[in-house]
Design a protein around this ligand. Sequence first.
Ligand code: ADP
Ligand code: MG
Length: 266
Amino acid sequence: MKIFAVANQKGGVGKTSIAVNLSATLAHYGQRSLLIDLDPQGNATTGSGIDKNGVAKTLYGVLLGEYSVAEARVRAPSHYDVLPANRELAGAEIEMIDIERREFRLKQALAAVTADYDFVVIDCPPALNMLTVNALTAADAVIIPMQCEYYALEGLSDLVGTLKKVKANLNPKIEIEALIRTMYDPRSSLTNQVSDEIKSHFGDKVFDTVIPRNIRIAEAPSYGQPVIVYDPSSKGALAHLAFARELLGRQGITIAEPAENTEAIA
Ligand code: ADP
Ligand code: MG
């Protein structure tokens, strides 16, 4: 079981979109995946077609040790499991203050389901708070979604600083798996400029696949569907499938690229 934390302390950069769609594309390619909604906004839960206020058990109770991951997980219609969240989770930060080794709560909870999944994808909140620290402590690697805009790199330095601290104190194995450029507009010269800058900083951690700005990706969550279900032939869906193939390829799992898709992605 490999655990990815999708993190960037900036809001609106595409974390939830990447986390939901990656969970679905991994499942599409035959991988057993679990999506963890670590944001009190519960957007990953809703975007997976699960009523966040109708679930009896959530990540909140798991972090506080009230019940297990196995008791709280819900099956999403698109063939992956979800550990749901809602507003309740906003209280966890404060309630965890008195808990011993509170940075390790998520890691400990996930230890019980190691045999159940190939991949776990954690959708982090837009903050470098105790919830995100729990994700980084539990994770093997981080996936950083970013938009190629002016202050993108500046924002990343805080995240990289937090990662260094987590690596030194809490989780020596953590590493950056991917920088995935999203809401990508190849026509913008700024996009290309920032893209080059990211590559010079992060080298081959920057994935070749880019997720374009695509209306289908933005529409899909309101139907509770990943984009590969909502509109399988859209550019957004094809890009997400390509992203999963690139990610799996880097884990040594090769998925043949469907020939008919090649042109649409380019
Ligand atoms: P975050 O979780 O980082 O706050 P979201 O994933 O919620 O970001 O994305 C912010 C908004 O942008 C959402 O409305 C989402 O549907 C939309 N969005 C995300 N990725 C794309 C994309 N590739 N193309 C168009 N809209 C997108
Ligand atoms: Mg989000």
